[in-house]
Write a protein that binds this ligand. Structure first.
Ligand code: ADP
Ligand code: MG
Length: 349
């Protein structure tokens, strides 16, 4: 009996030893993994597109984030020339040069023009993609070489060639026709479109990618910082230095339109690049508007539309825009700040 027993004990001891060894090895492995695990690193790429500075900040565990950032910048540059009003490669320029005829366009152009039309309807023409001739008259196109204050007569004549209902769509054959001499300008939507695409490109490379893309102060979030924290975005003071507030975003987009970045002055009067399609003059009464939205296109367009509309009726903007998907903060030219209730949700971490 004894010898067998002692053999059993030896076997049991061996097993305990082996088990403890394996347990330690597994624990050691996980401990090393935890210690070696680095926090997500953000790759940053700066560039120029859509007539402004672009900053791409992206992180991916699946692949080199540099590849993602470069693909995004390439696409933003592609969008810049495709929807420019002056570039020889531009589809928009080609359309503007062929009035009163059906012109075949590609799927992307068709979809973007239809989106612009829908936003014009939604904002009752405060955002109007057929404002091209008026912008040209003021010199707010190309490289802003011909800035001037036109006469009242020139403005009222040019306004006859503005009006989004003059854009016609042939759904079946994917064609577009511009009537009554209207000219397209997508300056109020192209940046938002490029940002929205930037986000989709990042997520198509890696659905877990995080970061943000910024173009001239407009921002789209790719994913929360380190996968869990909001990005902190400052709202610029439209008169003077510094920041007037912070917003915290884990997803979605934010756009700002103001009278302080692209303008010229004559006899102490400031003329800026957001024109009221009703009066033909730069929209009055607002210094800046910041719009937070689920998507960058809505944010960009509603910022332009809200800037125009708020000069006439700021209450309407603050009350109505959340229903269109835009949470608004206005800085009126009295210096007063007005916000939609929903905006405050983004001011807390
Ligand atoms: P930013 O480009 O500085 O972000 P916006 O997003 O408000 O400013 O876009 C302004 C641009 O939109 C102008 O440069 C012009 O190309 C175009 N634009 C100006 N006024 C209007 C308008 N009422 N509707 C649509 N587009 C406009
Ligand atoms: Mg904008």
């Amino acid at each position: 009996m004894w010898p067998t027993d002692s053999k059993n004990i030896r076997v049991t001891r061996q097993r305990v030893f082996l088990f403890s060894f394996l347990l330690l090895a597994v624990l050691g492995f996980f401990l090393t993994m935890i210690l070696l695990r680095k926090p997500a690193e953000y790759y940053e790429l700066k560039g120029f597109a859509l007539g402004t500075y672009v900053r791409i900040v992206v992180s991916s565990k699946r692949m080199n984030p540099k590849i993602i950032a470069e693909a995004i910048l390439d696409d933003m540059q592609r969008i810049t020339y495709k929807f420019s009003t002056t570039d020889p490669r531009s589809v928009l320029k080609m359309l503007n040069e062929r009035p009163d005829e059906w012109v075949d366009v590609d799927e992307e152009t068709f979809a973007l023009l239809k989106a612009a039309y829908a936003f014009a309807e939604l904002t009752e023409g405060a955002f109007d993609p057929t404002i091209g001739s008026l912008l040209e008259l003021w010199g707010f196109q190309g490289n802003y070489e011909n800035l001037r204050v036109p006469s009242k007569e020139e403005i009222s004549k040019t306004l006859e060639r503005v009006g989004y209902t003059n854009v016609h769509f042939d759904e079946k054959r994917m064609r577009v026709m511009l009537k009554n001499g209207v000219k397209l300008d997508l300056g109020g939507i192209a940046k938002g479109y490029a940002l929205e695409r930037a986000k989709k490109i990042a997520l198509s490379f890696d659905p877990q990618a995080t970061g943000f893309v910024e173009a001239g102060g407009d921002i789209v979030v790719v994913g929360p910082k380190f996968g869990k924290y909001p990005w902190v975005i400052g709202v610029k003071n439209p008169r003077g230095e510094g920041i007037v507030g912070y917003i915290y975003l884990k997803s979605g987009a934010v756009a700002t339109s103001g009278d302080y970045e692209r303008y010229f002055e004559v006899d102490g009067v400031r003329y800026h690049h957001i024109l009221d399609p009703k009066s033909g003059y730069p929209a009055q009464g607002v210094w800046s508007i910041t719009v937070i939205s689920e998507d960058a296109v809505t944010a960009d367009v509603l910022a332009t539309a809200g800037f125009v509309e708020a000069g006439r009726d700021w209450k309407k903007v603050v009350l109505d825009f959340p229903r269109m998907g835009g949470h608004v903060m206005l800085i009126l030219s009295s210096g007063e700040v007005k916000k939609s209730d929903t905006f405050e949700l983004f001011e807390k971490q």
